[in-house]
Ligand binder design. Structure first.
Ligand code: SAM
Length: 278
């Protein structure tokens, strides 16, 4: 059964990158009136109380959102992300970290739709308590469930694929899910988060994703930590976007060096931004 709980990691540097990219994409999708479908194939609990036991155990948010959220010198994409976090912490104390469903919900309009998949029973219960009837919630496998939703009736859609990668099969399932999704809905915007680890699966994933996306992609990677001698631990993370909206690259070109400087270990921090436009 699934052991991963996002509450242990909520608000860490990987979430900062993921959610900054997600909000940029959603802002660009909202530039057109026509509604779009937002799907989160791995939604998590919705939002996280940072004072609670799981978040406090490793306190990863302190090296992520906690290190940034009082800053007023962030480049626009990060400033928009920090403003979104502040909306959930209006009294000036960082108590709540909104996960991807909460951040997206705050940006979607009446004409947009949201579908959230979550397999872990406890996180699904939390999601249901938080969203009730305000979203379409599915306690199902997100890789499989996505199929039935594509193409969306409006032919506009954003899909966040954010597995925990606790199972090695997640790497091949990401690729299989995208291959299928692109045959059903080639013009969708797909965002894939992945961990940067000392493993072959993780280091090969960006190259394998590029091979799937002839119509255009963007790859952003933020390295914050040095490799550990035992070979375990997160070095950083990446976001791979298929069919990136216009302007995303420029926004991230300003954001990534700033994030690397503020969140990365000195001498180790680096970032990658590359893109292919057909
Ligand atoms: C990294 S967390 C999601 C975090 C969330 N997207 C966010 O950014 O706030 C991954 C979640 O996927 C769930 N999960 C794992 N395998 C799944 C599957 N096959 N389908 C749907 N959910 C799954 C886990 O229980 C976990 O809550």
């Amino acid at each position: 059964m699934l052991a991963y709980r996002h509450a242990f990691h909520a608000g860490n540097a990987a979430d900062v990158l993921k959610h900054t990219v997600l909000l940029e994409v959603l802002a660009r999708m909202a530039a057109k009136d026509k509604g779009f479908l937002y799907v989160d194939t791995h939604a998590g609990a919705g939002s996280y109380r940072l004072g609670e036991r799981m978040a406090q155990r490793l306190a990863e948010y302190e090296g992520g959102v906690g290190a940034l959220w009082r800053r007023d010198d962030a480049p626009p994409a990060v400033a928009a992300y920090l403003a979104a976090i502040r909306e959930f912490n209006r009294d000036g104390v960082l108590r709540v970290y909104p996960g991807s469903p909460r951040l997206a919900a705050a940006r979607l309009r009446e004409q947009d739709q949201m579908v959230l998949f979550e397999l872990h029973p406890s996180d699904y219960r939390a999601l249901r308590a938080e969203f009730g009837a305000d979203a379409q919630l599915r306690p199902e496998d997100g890789f499989n469930g996505l199929k039935a939703l594509l193409p969306p009736p409006t032919r506009r859609g954003v899909v966040l694929i954010d597995p925990s990668y606790e199972l090695d099969s997640d790497y091949t399932r990401v690729l299989g899910c995208l291959r299928d999704a692109l045959t059903r809905f080639a013009t969708g915007v797909y965002l894939v988060w992945y961990p940067q680890l000392q493993s072959l699966e993780s280091s090969q994933l960006p190259r394998r994703l590029k091979a799937l996306a002839p119509a255009g992609w963007l790859h952003a990677q933020l390295t914050t930590d040095a490799p550990r001698a035992d070979g375990f631990g997160l070095l950083g993370s990446g976001m791979f976007v298929i069919n990136p909206p216009y302007g995303l690259r420029d926004a991230l070109a300003a954001a990534l060096p700033w994030l690397a400087a503020k969140l990365g270990t000195a001498g180790v921090a680096r970032w990658v931004l590359d893109a292919h436009e057909p």
